[in-house]
Design a protein. Structure first.
Length: 94
């Protein structure tokens, strides 16, 4: 009977230790998971920040190109207007 009680006590102690180890392992895994999620979030935020900065640079280039094209078009229109005005004046006065 004593051996049976000792066996039961050893089994109970093993279960308790096993449960404690499982609980600690579970907590360690949850902590590691949280750490990885935070690292991924920071990494994603950095990538997003770089992409936004690149988009701003690209938008600036597009804006500068558009301003240049508008200036060229205005210049071309002014030249054509001068020619059109001269043509009209010559036709009227002609």
């Amino acid at each position: 009977m004593v051996a049976e009680e000792e066996s039961e006590a050893i089994i109970q102690e093993a279960r308790s230790k096993s449960a404690a180890i499982m609980s600690k392992t579970r907590q360690d895994l949850m902590n590691e998971r949280e750490k990885q999620i935070e690292e991924a979030k920071r990494s994603g935020e950095e990538v997003l920040k770089r992409e936004i900065e690149a988009a701003h640079v690209d938008a600036g280039k597009i804006k500068d190109a558009a301003i240049g094209e508008i200036a060229d078009l205005r210049h071309a229109i002014e030249e054509r207007m001068d020619s059109a005005v001269q043509f009209i004046v010559e036709e009227i006065l002609g």
